[in-house]
Design a protein around this ligand. Structure first.
Ligand code: AMP
Length: 418
């Protein structure tokens, strides 16, 4: 067994690699960074050591192999290279674990082959995750490496929540079911919320609202996930930065048959040109709120038009209201699923930072025991905190997510089990 106390967390995307080197003794980040625009002429590596200045390299990183070797060199320059005896393991974020991987898994050739077999259900993500794993294994074949799956926490969804009401044979043949995503975040935040309440996660029912550029909700009963808003793919559920979330599936046939759009065009529309962006031309909630509340107004239906510095921007207001309305529908739905709700936790970029979204989501829900104290809600902090009044039956909280720490902890725990 390893005596090292550090875990390197790798999150390999299609053209990027994010990394964090975490000391498991205290959870501190010894270094972090990212390589972006891999394969393009001007790639960029930004390395952030714990102490000292950030270091930026702008050059071509031909592929993930080149990018990861460059990361290894940066870490080595800080005397924390991949050959360091302090390094206990590498933890890889893997988006799709299908039905096979419901727990963190020590990576072997067979595991890589199985993750590869899941590519048809995660064509956008799993190939890059596999590349990251393969390169890291080629650099340190002797080091334990662990895959932590975004879908794993949702493996406990009951069958009636996981199945779409379609022909079972067809569904099974194509592995069609609701898998859910952002699981590492939902797991971390639901536990951290129980901690904030000073209670055992096994006793607490939590609705987690992960509102980032991608967004999802989950209902967690006593530490076990029983519902989540993303499905077969991360397209289902809430209105997101650029994704539509729930639509009538008939919309796809309509746009194809009547609108003449190809399947690829519809895919692009729903994943990249919808959500907040599609409704108002901005996918950043800061900008949406600024426009919706009377900042500089620019109409999405008047692209490139003059900026009007007056009043409320109706497109942005519609985007904000649609975003909030969808969350409230899920909040109410998950209340019914859980029966008793102890806490609602807001997390990720929007959830952690947007006073306006939190206030709007929780408005007029006193009958459900949900309310927000305006002064507590207005506090800006990086700490987990309660924002509901003391008389609230349901605790409303802001709980910053930390997927990398969760991946590192699961990786470290597994390495010490074996
Ligand atoms: P994430 O995917 O968790 O990194 O979240 C990214 C999103 O968080 C951005 O697209 C913004 O819309 C949102 N965000 C970040 N900071 C703020 C803020 N101060 N207020 C509102 N939204 C924010």
């Amino acid at each position: 067994m390893t005596t090292g106390t550090r875990v390197l967390v790798l999150n390999a995307g299609s053209s990027s690699v994010k990394y964090q080197l975490i000391d498991m003794l205290d959870g501190s980040r010894l270094a972090s960074g990212l390589v972006e625009r891999i394969g393009e002429p001007a790639g960029r590596l930004l390395h952030l050591p714990l102490t000292g200045e950030p270091r930026e390299t702008v050059r071509r990183f031909a592929d993930h192999d080149g990018a990861l070797h460059a990361v290894a060199e940066e870490l080595a320059a800080d005397l924390m290279g991949l050959d360091s005896p302090e390094l206990a393991a590498i933890g890889h974020r893997v988006v799709h674990g299908g039905l096979r991987f419901t727990r963190p898994t020590l990576i072997t050739d067979a595991v890589v082959a199985e993750i590869r077999r899941l590519i048809p259900v995660a064509p956008l993500h799993n190939p890059a995750n596999i590349t990251g794993i393969e390169v890291a294994r080629s650099i340190r074949p002797d080091l334990p490496q662990v895959a932590v799956f975004d879908t794993a926490f949702h493996a406990t969804l009951p069958e009636h929540a996981a199945r779409y009401a379609i022909d079972r044979k067809t569904a099974d043949e194509h592995r069609v079911r609701r898998y859910g995503f952002h699981g590492t975040s939902h797991q971390y935040v639901s536990r951290a919320t129980a901690r904030l309440l000073g209670r055992d996660p096994a006793e607490v029912n939590v609705i987690v609202l992960h509102l980032g550029n991608g967004a999802s909700a989950s209902a967690v009963a006593g530490g076990v996930c029983v519902e989540t808003s993303m499905g077969l793919t991360p397209l289902e559920g809430l209105v997101m930065g650029t994704r539509s979330g729930d639509v009538d599936p008939g919309l796809v046939f309509h746009l194809h048959r009547v609108g003449g759009l190809t399947i690829d065009q519809i895919d692009d529309l729903l994943n990249r040109r919808s959500g907040l962006l599609g409704l108002c031309g901005d996918n950043d909630m800061r900008e949406v709120v600024r426009r919706a509340t009377g900042g500089a107004a620019r109409s999405a239906s008047n692209e490139g038009g003059e900026e009007r510095r007056e009043g409320v921007d109706e497109d942005a207001k519609l985007a904000f209201d649609s975003y909030v309305h969808r969350i409230r529908r899920y909040l109410g739905g998950y209340y019914a699923v859980l029966g008793r709700v102890d806490a609602v936790a807001f997390t990720a970029g929007v959830g952690e930072n947007s006073v306006e979204v939190r206030a709007a989501v929780c408005a007029n829900l006193e009958e459900l025991g949900i309310s927000v104290d305006p002064d507590l809600n207005a506090v800006h902090s990086r700490q987990a905190r309660v924002i509901s009044p003391s008389y609230g039956r349901v605790t409303v909280a802001v709980v910053p997510t930390d997927e990398e720490l969760e991946i590192a902890q699961q990786t470290f725990a597994l390495v010490h089990e074996v």
